[in-house]
Design a protein around this ligand. Sequence first.
Ligand SMILES: C[S@@+](CC[C@H](N)C(=O)[O-])C[C@H]1O[C@@H](n2cnc3c(N)ncnc32)[C@H](O)[C@@H]1O
Length: 207
Amino acid sequence: MRMRKKKWVTPFLENENKYIIKKRQPLELGPKTVLEIGMGMGDFITQSAKNNPKIDYIGFEKVDLCVAHAVLKAQELELDNLRIIMDDAKNVDEYFDHNVDTLVLLFSDPWPKKRQYKRRLTYRDFIQKYEKILKDEGEIVFKSDNRQLFEFTLKEFSHFDFYLLDLSLDLELEENSPISNYEKRFREMGNPIYYAHFKKRVDKKTI
Ligand SMILES: C[S@@+](CC[C@H](N)C(=O)[O-])C[C@H]1O[C@@H](n2cnc3c(N)ncnc32)[C@H](O)[C@@H]1O
């Protein structure tokens, strides 16, 4: 996502000390952690954190303007169970190590051109890192309105030890469930929402 630079963003983020994790180092986490990579403006993760105060939420996003908007939402909701990492997903394994329960990937950039496929957040190099950061039997929730990215994702996951717990080619939205900015937009446009739910496969015999 390319965005015009806003002057208030850099000083705002520099002075923010409650929500933003400023060092690239392993994090201390509570018993249950949900990580969203590519959280955008943070609509989904801030609403989720508000609804589930006992769960630790970590938002991961590389664009500073998005991070700043997510912080504003967290401040407004007075959240105590959300932290935000402003970094590239390629560094995610420097913050986590087998301690994430659920990884959420919502409407990731599809990078449709052939030569860009390595940037997709479900390219195998990323999945390899996700395997490392998830707890045994940790889960990944993926949603997209992009059929090509969805099919690419299923193929990439097929190279790894994950169960496919559930999938949909037109996911219905459960009442009152948190919704991301892009999901809201695509639903309003009437686009089908593709969904896949994976679970890390440690015990090779049972789900
Ligand atoms: C299409 S937007 C979707 C935002 C949000 N998940 C939603 O559903 O509204 C994709 C987001 O992923 C972020 N992103 C893409 N690649 C990333 C990467 N390698 N590391 C961190 N964030 C990334 C982009 O900056 C952008 O904010």
